[in-house]
Design a protein around this ligand. Structure first.
Ligand code: DX5
Ligand code: ZN
Length: 221
């Protein structure tokens, strides 16, 4: 089985001190940086784009950056994120007119590619695209906001996705995103996840951050 990875979602970080926040969670043992891109069109919120990804690289972040695109259209922004230093680029199939083409585009830009499944989206795309992806991202909340509660049906979906990935024999990461915290991470791991996004569970409100508190939270994960 793949090594487990902790992926703090910087959506809940203090954006005025973003470089420092990312340094602190990585120093505390986090493995990859989860980077939520929202466009006020595919989802009802607006966040950060390639300029910020590039700024984190220039700040000195060498950890993988896991770009979760919640944008429509998808393809136009892919080369910009590749240029800005994205490691993974994942997108929602509902947001792309041609899912296979978008996956090929991401890979042709030198990034790892993944599909994101909303709580009500079936895993059917995997039947046709499992050989073309490096990551499956299951949403355990509806995309758009941090701090929502974990939707319990995601547990069965994790088990289903784990079976499909194992049957493929390919090294595909199974990432879970939404409402993951210290108190439920063991349960989502048991259901098959190996990559754990946590925003509010790690950064809290992002105010008056004591860098040491990240150590204690991440150590428990
Ligand atoms: C939601 C984002 C998540 C979000 C998770 O659309 O995809 O990555 O930051 O936040 P928490 O961990 O607070 O549910
Ligand atoms: Zn996300």
């Amino acid at each position: 089985a793949a090594e487990d990875l902790i992926a703090p979602s910087i959506l809940s970080a203090d954006f005025a001190r973003l470089g420092e926040e990312v340094d602190n969670v990585l120093a505390a043992g986090a493995d990859i940086v989860h980077f939520d891109v929202m466009d006020n069109h595919y989802v009802p919120n607006l966040t950060i784009g390639p300029l910020i990804c590039d700024a984190l690289r220039k700040h000195g972040v060498t950890a993988p950056i896991d770009v979760h695109l919640m944008v429509k259209p998808v393809d136009r922004i892919v080369p910009d994120f590749a240029q800005a230093g994205a490691t993974y680029i994942t997108f929602h199939p509902e947001a792309s007119e041609h899912v296979d083409r978008t996956l090929q585009l991401i890979k042709s830009e030198g990034c790892k590619a993944g599909l994101v499944f909303n709580p009500a989206t079936p895993l059917d795309y995997l039947k046709y695209e499992i050989d073309n992806i490096d990551m499956v991202l299951l949403m355990s909340v509806n995309p758009g906001f941090g701090g929502q509660s974990f939707i319990p049906s995601a547990m069965d979906k994790l088990r289903e996705a784990r079976e499909l990935i194992d049957a493929s024999g390919r090294a595909i990461r199974l990432e879970i995103d939404g409402g993951v915290k210290v108190d439920n991470i063991a349960e989502v791991k048991a259901a098959g996840a190996d990559t754990f996004v946590s925003g509010s569970g790690i950064f809290g409100k992002g105010q008056d951050a004591d860098p040491n508190r990240y150590d204690s939270i991440i150590a428990k994960m």
